[in-house]
Design a protein around this ligand. Structure first.
Ligand SMILES: Cc1cc2nc3c(=O)[nH]c(=O)nc-3n(C[C@H](O)[C@H](O)[C@H](O)COP(=O)(O)OP(=O)(O)OC[C@H]3O[C@@H](n4cnc5c(N)ncnc54)[C@H](O)[C@@H]3O)c2cc1C
Length: 299
């Protein structure tokens, strides 16, 4: 039997298959050990091929978008991390269709500049469309679930399906894709006419809020923790006096207590220890259990 790599290169270009690839290069936290394989896929048939071969060779796979909500552990990922390069965005009557690898910022800009409303809050979220749908990303009063019409995805048997908004089972930072290994291929979004001046002002206002309240000059994965049902997690962390608390190179941002930042060559282990420490302090001081929003993978 030929090797996994040799089988892959029968259909995938060599330049699209990276071996022992540092995940610090592909995540906004800029930490993480090597993935055994890091594979770029340029179309659905390549994606199906990589998934089929990986299954045949018993190689674990993981889909990554822009890597802005992921923490990869220091020993890396045993298996293949797959990044979708499909990123077409097309207007179609009263909707816009975006492939999963498209940038959410680019999509939001296209929608807003054309005078449609609903994406003003999404315009500063640095993920891909696939990552945003999986996470039901949102900010400043807008959430993916409010603008999404339907999603086409691939199931584990490599069959394609389309589901409507309701079938996504959207909840806060959660969707049907949080609990399975389906791969989002593309989603369509509704276009609702708005007032262009109001849209632009809202985007500017959100941009100012983001840049003044978030530590965007340091690597992070955005908010590390989920909002609580009856409390604001960042406020509890601030009230506990944890702003600026450090473990190794990881720090609870002094600008926004909800962000753990990679302040100085942090390891994934530093960040994981700081997450645990924060959870323990909040439980002890306020009796509240806080949940991690970011997704931790690898070993
Ligand atoms: C500075 C900063 C600010 C942020 N601000 C916000 C904010 O305001 N609001 C917010 O909600 N988030 C925010 N985030 C977090 C992050 O940008 C979002 O969660 C985003 O939606 C993640 O998209 P991604 O493409 O980077 O996903 P990744 O981090 O690559 O992946 C996240 C999850 O989605 C899955 N996934 C990715 N693509 C697919 C696909 N095609 N099919 C199936 N699953 C897929 C991955 O397997 C993983 O489980 C911020 C992050 C940073 C760094």
């Amino acid at each position: 039997m030929i090797s996994y790599y040799d089988k892959l290169v029968q259909n995938i270009e060599k330049k699209d298959i990276l071996i022992n690839e540092p995940m610090s290069k592909h995540t906004s936290f800029k930490v993480g050990g090597n993935a055994d394989y890091f594979i770029f896929v340029r179309n659905i048939s390549d994606l199906k091929y990589v998934l089929k071969v990986s299954k045949e060779y018993n190689i674990e796979t993981f889909i990554i978008g822009n890597g802005t909500n992921i923490l990869v552990k220091d020993k890396g990922f045993r298996g293949a991390i797959i990044k979708l390069l499909m990123d077409k965005i097309t207007f179609d009557d009263n909707k816009i269709i975006a492939e999963a690898g498209a940038s959410l910022i680019l999509l939001s800009n296209k929608v807003s500049k054309s005078g449609f409303t609903g994406f003003e809050g999404l315009s500063g979220i640095p993920g891909s469309v696939g990552g945003a749908v999986r996470m039901n990303a949102g900010a400043f009063g807008n959430e993916i679930k409010d603008v999404l019409i339907e999603t086409r995805y691939l199931d584990e048997n490599l069959e394609e399906h389309t589901i409507n908004n309701k079938e996504h089972n959207f909840e806060y930072r959660k969707s049907i894709f949080s609990t399975n290994k389906y791969i989002i291929l593309e989603s369509s979004f509704k276009l609702e006419k708005g007032d262009i001046d109001q849209i632009e002002n809202k985007i500017k206002e959100n941009y100012t809020k983001r840049t003044t309240s978030q530590p965007l000059d340091k690597p992070s994965a955005g908010s590390t923790f989920k909002r609580g049902e009856d409390f604001i997690t960042a406020k509890l962390i601030d009230d506990a006096g944890l702003k600026g608390y450090r473990i190794g190179g990881a720090e609870i941002s002094t600008k926004h207590a909800g962000f753990i930042i990679n302040n100085n060559n942090a390891t994934a282990d530093d960040i994981i220890k700081l997450i645990k420490y924060t959870k323990d302090v909040i439980k002890e001081k306020f009796g509240k259990v806080i949940q991690t929003e970011i997704i931790i993978i690898g070993e």
